[in-house]
Design a protein around this ligand. Sequence first.
Ligand SMILES: [Ca+2]
Ligand SMILES: [Ca+2]
Length: 242
Amino acid sequence: MTWSDAQQYCREKYTDLATFESVDDIKRLKPHFSYTWAWIGLKDDPKSWKGVMGNDTNSWRWSATSKTSKTGYNNWKGGDPNSGGGKENCVIMGSTGGWHDVSCQSLRSFVCYTGKKRSEFMDSTYWLKLKLSLFVGISNRFQTGFKTYVTHYTDLAMIENAQEQADLLSAVMSIGIVWIGLYRVPWRWSDKSSSSFRNWLSSKPDNYGGSQNCASEDSNHLWDDASCGDKLPFFCHGKINV
Ligand SMILES: [Ca+2]
Ligand SMILES: [Ca+2]
């Protein structure tokens, strides 16, 4: 079945497509099934992130609020966001103002948000990693010239309309490419589980061909992303349907 058909079947007959919370969950599955690949309940919904600033699970969020955009304003350019290789979940603004999704691990300069002061920050591992790379970035490359922004630091820049976009672009024109505070958390479980357990094959997910938004596992229970329309056997919660 396709991923969506499998999800519907599992929801009717069982609880949902399979969710895994630990290696123990996986060990409970017996090895040696006869499939090559089977669907599990993990999805990276392209409707939620392909340029849409909506309110769905995988949508883009502003760091300053940890929420999706209030206005829906965006300035994506050049075919982005494309999740390049399944690894691009943070956003830079290019020297002409266009937004592009890139790997959160890149070292870049950044732009801070000088609006209403907030003390809340994302506490996900994702965001901590991003913050770490930002501070490495500033210590290596921005000893001078950038302190003005840091003084009023409350969070990374948030841009919710064309005027804010224009203001920011003129402020950082001489710097070139900068981080803005837009990020997303990829991959959510069909049953809305908050499990952060992942068991990807090495170098996966790779979003091969730019359209792999559903997760499958091999007979060793290692995961790869695949096109949701592929017809594969699947796992429901607590039961195995092969
Ligand atoms: Ca990209
Ligand atoms: Ca793949």
